[in-house]
Design a protein around this ligand. Structure first.
Ligand code: PDD
Length: 277
């Protein structure tokens, strides 16, 4: 595997990251997962914009040259022969003697490497189960931070109870998102999802679904959903770079609609590659 380390391409075992890189001790960094279809990065500009946002909000002093980075990522994909798959990109605040304050002089550490991702066709065809899980995370979920302990605990819980995804709620009147996805419902023909604020990650796929809904004349509303609204929705679905769109047909043993992927999620998936933002 060829890895991008700062501005250089190196073999994986030559990619040496200091033990005191702040990503290790503090999870002090941000990341992106980018999908590659047919050798092209999907929605790359949106990922670059969000990366810039995460860096700014986390006050990581990195001068992002989007054009240069985009070229490097495309070259990385090429060097690894990635035709269909993905790229993981991480920028940490850099390496410094362990101490909580931001170090005065540290150079952000940039790494990127290919991910083996394939389309979740089976899950898309049949739909998946989800389980509700209390949102134990912090209050800046809009930053795509490396701190994912709350997310991975939720995902493991989901797998442990035979579900595919955990749907977070802050309280019963406030469903936020999935452990690694955004959550949507359909009620009376309207797609509804959490507003893009500090409680959720503003998913690139979420933005793309918003755009698709506009193109397809499907009403789209940003609103806070309750647990009851999710359980009694006509359709529930999740989205992410790796999942694209997946129907949720059961939430904690409660079938959603008729327990099959519904018409709107099916339409979104059918049209997923027919538009270009
Ligand atoms: N996760 N919400 C959370 C908490 C996420 O971790 C993700 C993505 C999303 C969807 O965002 P996007 O559409 O930009 O992928 C929402 C990535 C894929 C991951 O951590 O692997």
């Amino acid at each position: 595997m060829i890895v991008l380390m700062q501005n250089e391409f190196v073999e994986r075992d030559q990619c040496l990251i200091d033990i005191e890189d702040r990503a290790n001790q503090f999870g002090d960094g941000v990341y992106e997962v980018i999908r590659i279809y047919d050798g092209e990065c999907f929605l790359l500009d949106d990922h670059m914009k969000r990366l810039e946002y995460s860096l700014r909000e986390a006050q990581i002093d990195y001068n992002l040259d989007q054009h240069h980075l985009k070229d490097l990522l495309l070259e990385l994909a090429k060097k690894n022969g990635v035709h269909d798959g993905g790229i993981y990109l991480q920028i940490s605040r850099g390496s410094a003697t362990r101490s909580h304050p931001f170090p005065k002089e540290a150079t952000p550490t940039v790494i990127a490497y290919p991910l083996n991702i394939s389309r979740p066709l089976e899950a898309q065809k049949n739909g998946v189960k989800a389980t509700l899980y209390q949102d134990i995370r912090w209050l800046r979920c809009d930053i795509k931070s490396l701190n994912l302990l709350g997310n991975i605990m939720a995902k493991q819980h989901a797998l442990d109870v035979g579900a595919f995804e955990a749907i977070f709620y802050r309280d019963y009147n406030h469903v936020t998102e999935g452990s690694s996805t955004n959550v949507f419902i359909v009620k009376d023909g309207v797609i509804k999802t959490h507003p893009a604020n500090n409680y959720i990650l503003n998913g690139i796929t979420r933005l793309y679904i918003q755009y698709l809904a506009e193109q397809l004349n499907i009403p789209f509303e940003e609103t806070v959903l309750t647990v009851e609204e999710v359980k009694h929705a006509d359709e529930v679905f999740i989205s992410s770079t790796t999942s694209e769109v997946i129907s949720v047909v059961e939430v904690d043993e409660q079938p959603i609609g008729n327990g099959q992927p519904g018409p709107i999620v099916t339409q979104l998936l059918d049209e997923f590659f027919n538009y270009h933002r």
